[in-house]
Write a protein that binds this ligand. Structure first.
Ligand SMILES: [Zn+2]
Length: 342
């Protein structure tokens, strides 16, 4: 099957008429799908315009997905979190130091309720579905070093996680990341997404859900331990429709692109899901812009169903814009049109 969907993400959730003009530009750049990066501030402040913006995108023929971007700093993204601003508790806690971290603990009833309520509110905006964007535990990441020692700090060891762990395993939660701790973290990480995904589909069966996890090696030696490292378990979730793995820096070798993509397609197909791969459309750009076509061709050849890039106009005007943001945006647009035969 050829690539059928080409997406870009979009931050501009303010005025409908401005967004509409940008949506036309996306269509000119070969995009079939827009992923709306909705911040907690947008939900709180711009909510009346969100359904209108969704409607404008759909009228122009775009497939519209909502990304609850960086919510609680549980998902990826640069946005700030109202949940963290308005709550002093329910944060992830460092296992080694006991300090509260600047990320919500998604295993607490408080955050789970907030997340579900926010998504159910957004599910009434008329979009086609949701995009779970790099969900993760705050720590660690340094595990992704083949030469690194064991013993980096990890999260979450908050009172709620400790209580749940002990209830399940029958002994106090260790401060070391043992196998039981790993199993606990994986299971809880899936639970929060499963609960909300199920609630969304109960509200509207047509809502489509993509789960996008970090594109990491996750081999015997190297694992980031962010909570979604077992791709097979993530792709198996019955509430997800699309299994996606996130952006790879253009500077990494093509063999890495290939290995991540093969494993992504394999995990998705095994569970009857569509697969999605990303292009880095912000911050960095390829040394040679011909690499865009090469990566898109690789994705096509390996059987990827959907491709996406972060973000509209290469992040032009933001602190994470690519050096030649508009040129990158045009390059990705040309590749999108080519792969769609437009
Ligand atoms: Zn916790």
């Amino acid at each position: 099957m050829p690539i059928t969907r080409t997406a870009t993400s979009y931050y501009g959730l303010t005025y409908v008429e401005h967004a509409e003009r940008d949506f036309r530009e996306m269509i000119d750049h070969g995009c079939t799908t827009v992923i709306l990066a909705v911040t907690e501030f947008d939900v709180d402040f711009w909510y009346p315009n969100i359904p209108r913006i969704v409607e404008a995108a759909k009228k122009l023929g775009l497939h519209v997905l909502i990304d609850p971007w960086g919510i609680g700093k549980y998902f990826g993204g640069e946005q700030v979190s109202l949940f963290l601003q308005n709550n002093t508790e329910n944060r992830q806690v460092s296992a080694f130091t006991g300090e509260k971290l600047n990320a919500a603990c998604f295993n607490t009833p408080s955050f789970r309720d907030y997340f579900r309520r926010t998504c159910l509110k957004l599910a009434k905006c008329g979009a086609d579905g949701f995009f779970w964007d790099e969900p993760h535990y705050a720590l660690p990441k340094a595990y992704a070093s083949i030469t690194g020692g064991a013993g980096e700090d990890w999260a979450c060891r908050c009172p709620v996680c400790q209580r749940e762990f002990e209830r399940y395993f029958g002994y106090p939660m260790p401060k070391l990341m043992t196998d039981d701790v790993k199993v606990f973290r994986w299971r809880e990480a899936m639970k929060v997404l499963e609960d909300t995904s199920r609630a969304i589909k109960e509200l509207d069966r047509k809502q489509e859900i993509t789960c996008c996890v970090h594109a990491t090696i996750n081999s015997y030696y190297v694992c980031e331990q962010r909570g979604y490292d077992d791709w097979d378990a993530v792709a198996a979730c019955p509430w997800f429709d699309v299994f996606s793995t996130t952006i790879i820096n253009w500077d990494l070798p093509m063999a890495f692109f290939e290995s991540i993509t093969r494993r992504t397609v394999e995990a998705a197909r095994k569970h009857g899901k569509q697969s999605e791969r990303w292009l880095m459309g912000y911050y960095k750009q390829p040394q040679d812009f011909a690499q865009i076509d090469q990566v898109v061709d690789l994705y096509q050849r390996l059987g990827v169903d959907r491709i996406a890039s972060w973000t509209y106009r290469g992040g032009y005007g933001t602190s994470v814009g690519a050096p030649d943001a508009l040129k990158l945006w045009d390059g990705i647009g040309a590749s999108y049109r080519r792969v769609l035969g437009r």
